[in-house]
Design a protein around this ligand. Structure first.
Ligand SMILES: [Fe+2]
Ligand SMILES: [Fe+2]
Length: 273
């Protein structure tokens, strides 16, 4: 099993890949390929795929962590190149999402309409965990969230009463059952990393040996980070490859706690599992 970070805010030194505020991973299992998220633009996604000698039409399936544009912005361009691809996500993916600062409102969700998405992809939307390929699963909905979530005060949705905070019901991660143990691949982890870890333990019966991706700890205070460290330490700790929306301060705190168990994961990072 091989996992490649295809798109991230940062790019490996001397790499020909392009970076942007977004995320995409490529997961390869026995010659079959799953794309997890599509970055913020088709331009960066396709450029980086071609730089990695990966043709869009070689993909077996696509999974989306949540609706935000920095994870779904490349979707339209990608699906035009690989129409009919099975697409795994939570049903709430299709809901409109916004970012609101005073009177400035921006749409930050899917740019494709539901009819275009249904025309371009074989939609497999479910709140339950789904097996995409042998050993490659969506987590399903992280329904229980007693611990702090990875939220932004600006993210909102529209309901019958007007604006409401986005509950990020669509937020999911992937779980890879690799020879090295379970690997948790996060998109933005708006559901909260601690909540996601508990959900993985309950759903898959084991704790992850490695955690990759965006963990949305930028706004986490020191008490939350200490609690996260307390939970992670007895799990090994897992090897941590935080990127995208993790936040510099959280990265440093985790690295101080766990030393070499923590490593950056810019675009171009390849992990053989
Ligand atoms: Fe997000
Ligand atoms: Fe994100």
């Amino acid at each position: 099993m091989k996992v490649t970070c295809l798109v991230d805010n940062a790019v490996q030194a001397r790499s020909s890949l392009w970076g942007e505020h977004g995320l995409a991973f490529l997961i390869e299992v026995q010659g079959r390929r799953v794309l997890f998220d599509t970055g913020a633009s088709g331009t960066v996604l396709v450029h980086n795929l071609l730089q990695m000698n990966t043709l869009p039409n070689s993909m077996t399936a696509l999974a989306l962590s949540h609706a935000h544009y920095d994870h779904t912005g490349g979707l339209g361009v990608f699906l035009e190149l690989r129409p009919g691809l099975p697409l795994y996500a939570h049903p709430d993916l299709l809901r409109e999402r916004f970012s609101r600062r005073d009177k400035d409102v921006k749409a930050v969700g899917l740019r494709l309409t539901e009819p275009s998405l249904r025309r371009l992809a074989d939609l497999r939307l479910s709140a339950a965990a789904q097996e995409i390929l042998p050993g490659v699963w969506t987590t399903g909905e992280i329904a229980e969230r007693p611990e702090p979530e990875g939220r932004s005060p600006h993210h909102c949705v529209r309901d019958a009463n007007g604006w409401a905070p986005d509950s990020y019901q669509d937020d999911m991660a992937l779980v890879l059952d690799s020879p090295a143990g379970l690997v948790l691949v996060c998109g933005c982890c708006h559901a909260g990393l601690l909540n996601t870890l508990t959900h993985v333990q309950r759903t898959f019966g084991r704790d992850p040996a490695a955690i990759l991706g965006g963990t949305h700890l930028g706004d986490a205070d020191q008490a939350h980070l200490r609690r996260l460290i307390e939970v992670l330490r007895p799990l090994g700790p897992p090897a941590l490859f935080p990127n995208h929306c993790t936040g510099q301060a959280a990265y440093v705190t985790l690295a101080e706690a766990f030393g070499e168990r923590v490593a950056p994961c810019p675009a171009g990072t390849v992990l053989e599992l």
